[in-house]
Design a protein around this ligand. Structure first.
Ligand SMILES: *[C@@H]1O[C@H](CO)[C@@H](O)[C@H](O)[C@H]1NC(C)=O
Ligand SMILES: *[C@@H]1O[C@H](CO)[C@@H](O)[C@H](O)[C@H]1NC(C)=O
Ligand SMILES: *[C@@H]1O[C@H](CO)[C@@H](O)[C@H](O)[C@H]1NC(C)=O
Ligand SMILES: *[C@@H]1O[C@H](CO)[C@@H](O)[C@H](O)[C@H]1NC(C)=O
Ligand SMILES: *[C@@H]1O[C@H](CO)[C@@H](O)[C@H](O)[C@H]1NC(C)=O
Ligand SMILES: *[C@@H]1O[C@H](CO)[C@@H](O)[C@H](O)[C@H]1NC(C)=O
Ligand SMILES: *[C@@H]1O[C@H](CO)[C@@H](O)[C@H](O)[C@H]1NC(C)=O
Ligand SMILES: *[C@@H]1O[C@H](CO)[C@@H](O)[C@H](O)[C@H]1NC(C)=O
Ligand SMILES: *[C@@H]1O[C@H](CO)[C@@H](O)[C@H](O)[C@H]1NC(C)=O
Length: 465
């Protein structure tokens, strides 16, 4: 779609406050138009908010554009296949390239990822990497994050600079996807969703790189000053199973020079790697494993961690300290009462997404050193286990897209300012697992919302993962 130059100028003048080109505004589109980045298929057409017409209110996977976004939403691509029997292809995504990063030189093994292709790399100040949920649909997460960025640029109250932010989404293929036909023969693949806990690839050939090493390499592509001379920060921000991976990666990531310019967004994860040994709940059936990786940092099991964690780094206290010193925001949908991870080990952490989240926040607040100084929490009203609605919430947009608000900002809900931030938090410095330490540092309070959530859980079970 082309606007006349005169019309463009008028629109530009009218929207001079917003850092979004007029072609992204709803006022310049009809539903069903091709997106500004060009038409790639019949799913990825422009969606407008509001719905006097149902097909105009949401896309083919039933995602709506909230009426608070003045910008268009691009519909989600719908490739052949499904998460259970495997994806048969990786689709083309409007405004993105499907790029491949060589993660094993000898074998020429590659990690596929979607990367925005409409921007001038020399202007990019921030890369946002988002990891999909258990459906392994990175095309959808990439698109959700891009739509959220466009909305953040068009919204006066956020006014993000969309030309300075570049979105990427790695595609973690499972064995089923490979059988079903998705990906290239060089692409690394994993046993089901084991990549989220840092497991090694099981192919192609003998390739056995850890998913976390592949993450390191992907993050590092953005620190290449020849390609991104203006880059300052990388944000890894994800929802659901992607948030589980983000939290666990943040916990185990090998220390690297740019760590202070790397931050994390963890939204509605199904479960956590719990940094301390105490738990808010119990469950008889997994007393010996509730604190083992990927649910905790068990001190007894020397093989618990993925091989990514080198011996020199297997010091539990040091791992905890590193985690508490990271810049992280936690985002919780206040209606997310889904079960999440149904394993016994996850039940020790709480019974729902939101319940576990509140317990995790309580645990952080009870650390001896106080709530980690560079971490904070955003509760999002009216949102359940919905990736896009989390991404487009204003609080989350500010954390992900604004350059001066990423770390320890004013976002409320916990006492996240005023702690010392030295990360020596846990009062459990020998890392022992005996759980008989002074309980005052580890009191967990069940919020009414958690109890309420438990009542609802039987109703919504099966909808959420
Ligand atoms: C509803 O939207 C569809 C898709 O954009 C369009 O084809 C149809 O004409 C619209 N119907 C009405 C009543 O506006
Ligand atoms: C490595 O894999 C990529 C992606 O499949 C392919 O394009 C390239 O030709 C391969 N390179 C070599 C040296 O085999
Ligand atoms: C694969 O992983 C998903 C997400 O963690 C889980 O729900 C499912 O049970 C797993 N399937 C198998 C066969 O392990
Ligand atoms: C890290 O970020 C700060 C400001 O946010 C910037 O001054 C610095 O250059 C960045 N470091 C790198 C390695 O990009
Ligand atoms: C770890 O070892 C200690 C001492 O042997 C033991 O008391 C504790 O129960 C063990 N923890 C687990 C989770 O097995
Ligand atoms: C483990 O790390 C902690 C905190 O960094 C440090 O005080 C302790 O000396 C380390 N222990 C070993 C055995 O290296
Ligand atoms: C944060 O919330 C608490 C309790 O809800 C409230 O007392 C406090 O004033 C709020 N702080 C900010 C900065 O909004
Ligand atoms: C944070 O909480 C701690 C312990 O509850 C308290 O001592 C401290 O004053 C609080 N800080 C702020 C800024 O509210
Ligand atoms: C627990 O620790 C706190 C401070 O960390 C201390 O004031 C309190 O006396 C301790 N209680 C017990 C029972 O050891």
């Amino acid at each position: 779609m082309r606007l006349t130059t005169a019309l463009r100028l008028i629109l530009l003048a009218a929207t001079a406050h917003a850092k979004v080109a007029s072609e992204w505004l709803q006022t310049n589109h009809k539903e069903g138009d091709p997106p500004p980045s060009g038409k790639v298929d019949n799913d990825q057409l422009v969606i407008l908010s509001g719905s006097d017409n149902v097909s105009r209110g949401s896309d083919a996977v039933n995602e709506p554009q909230p009426s608070s976004c003045p910008t268009i939403m691009i519909g989600t691509a719908e490739p052949d296949g499904d998460m259970d029997d495997g994806w048969k292809e990786l689709p083309t995504v409007a405004g993105f390239d499907l790029t491949r990063l060589v993660v094993d030189d000898d074998a020429n093994a590659t990690l596929p990822y979607f990367l925005e292709n409409t921007k001038d790399f020399s202007n990019i100040k921030r890369a946002v990497i988002t990891i999909p949920g258990k459906a392994r649909n990175s095309w959808q997460s990439a698109n959700d994050m891009r739509n959220a960025l466009v909305c953040a640029a068009g919204r006066e109250s956020v006014n993000a600079d969309m030309d300075a932010v570049l979105i990427a989404a790695p595609q973690w293929l499972s064995d089923k996807d490979v059988d079903a036909g998705a990906g290239a023969s060089s692409d690394v693949w994993f046993d089901n969703s084991s990549y989220q806990q840092g497991a090694a690839a099981i192919g192609p050939g003998d390739v056995s790189i850890s998913a976390y090493e592949a993450m390191d390499m992907l993050v590092n592509t953005f620190w290449n000053k020849d390609v991104y001379p203006a880059l300052e920060t990388v944000v890894v921000a994800s929802h659901s199973l992607g948030a589980q991976m983000t939290q666990r990666y943040a916990m185990l990531r090998t220390p690297q020079p740019q760590d202070s310019n790397l931050s994390f967004g963890i939204m509605n994860p199904g479960s956590y790697a719990w940094p301390v040994s105490d738990r808010p709940d119990t469950d008889d059936s997994c007393e010996n494993s509730y604190n083992s990786w990927p649910y905790g940092l068990d001190d007894n099991d020397t093989d618990a961690f993925p091989s990514y964690v080198t011996d020199a780094l297997r010091n539990r206290s040091a791992i905890r300290e590193r985690f508490f010193s990271k810049t992280i925001f936690y985002g919780y949908g206040l209606d997310d009462h889904g079960d999440g991870d149904t394993h016994c080990e996850a039940q020790w952490q709480g019974s729902t997404h939101l319940g576990r989240g509140r317990n995790f926040v309580d645990m952080l607040g009870d650390l001896e050193g106080g709530f980690p100084g560079l971490q904070e929490v955003e509760y999002v009203e009216g949102v359940a286990h919905e990736e896009y609605l989390m991404f487009v919430s204003e609080a989350v947009q500010r954390r992900i897209f604004l350059f001066d608000e990423t770390a320890g900002g004013t976002g409320n809900s916990t006492n996240s300012t005023g702690s010392d931030g030295d990360g020596d938090g846990d009062g459990d410095s020998d890392g022992s697992d005996d759980g008989d330490d002074n309980g005052s540092a580890h009191q967990y309070v069940h919020m009414p919302g958690v109890l309420f959530g438990s009542l609802l859980v039987s109703v919504v079970a099966g909808l959420y993962a």
